[in-house]
Design a protein around this ligand. Structure first.
Ligand SMILES: [Ca+2]
Length: 257
């Protein structure tokens, strides 16, 4: 017979509880007979109400089921978080492109550049561009002090995410400087501006046939991109945005598609 361990969840106590008298306190005579009658009554109640106490094994099974459900939900939760970050990056890139175009509208030229220039990792310091667009004290080409973009400061300066970096640091080998606009994974955004004014800039992923990110050059005055969660261009640095053959998508986020 299996041992019942929990009785308080029942409307009536399990008979097992009545057998757990402390040593030396066994009941005798009328009290014992009274107890037997009470036990008999409760046994009858249990028989009438059905068994509702559960065993240790049943308790462990419930705990195991809950653990399995948590295990199933955790990857889904991470996927939702990643998608939210990608959406954030896409919104940031849209704002960056709009800010540079607004600068062009106001000043009749692009900020800083005299030739096609890429800001961010692998190019010119990202903060130089955003000092102009944010009209900070170090801006040199925003005499009207127009704020074209106003990202928040990062919440954790030593581990910057989604905002303007407040201190110099290095994340996965990528340098972050004060004033850099970093993406949700801590990499400064890349931005290429058409300083030669021919309405085309180099596609960082190369030709559509190899990089899968549209034509090279991109027919645009300004483009921006994020290296995504892996912090490399394409997947593990393969420079492929979307594999033209398999359709496999990298984790990068780009402004022009
Ligand atoms: Ca990537």
């Amino acid at each position: 017979m299996r041992k019942r361990i929990v009785g308080r969840l029942c409307p009536t106590l399990s008979p097992a509880f009545h057998r757990m008298e402390p040593p030396g306190r066994e009941r005798h005579g009328l009290a014992a007979r009274s107890g037997e009658r009470a036990g008999a009554n409760e046994s009858n109640a249990l028989q009438q109400g059905g068994e509702c106490a559960f065993t240790l094994i049943e308790l462990l099974v419930v705990i195991a089921i809950i653990a399995i459900l948590i295990g199933l939900l955790f990857p889904a939760f991470r996927a939702v978080q990643d998608q939210a970050k990608r959406t954030q990056a896409k919104n940031d890139l849209t704002q960056i492109v709009n800010a540079v175009n607004a600068y062009y509208t106001d000043y009749g030229k692009y900020p800083l550049v005299a030739a096609d220039t890429t800001y961010g990792p692998g190019g010119t310091a990202n903060n130089l561009l955003f000092n102009e667009l944010r009209s900070t004290a170090t801006a040199t080409q925003n005499p009207r002090q127009i704020v074209f973009i106003s990202p928040p400061s990062v919440k954790n300066p030593s581990n910057p995410r989604s905002g303007i970096a407040l201190q110099a640091t290095t994340i996965n080998g990528i340098s972050v400087a004060i004033g850099d606009f970093v993406d949700p994974w801590g990499t400064p955004y890349n931005v290429t501006i058409d300083g030669s004014y021919d309405n085309s800039v180099a596609n960082p992923y190369g030709a559509q046939t190899t990089g899968g990110a549209g034509p090279d050059p991109v027919p645009s005055g300004v483009i921006g991109w994020s290296r995504g969660k892996d912090q490399t261009l394409g997947t593990n640095g393969d420079n492929v945005y979307r594999n033209p053959t398999t359709g496999a998508q990298s984790d990068d986020v780009i402004s022009w598609q």
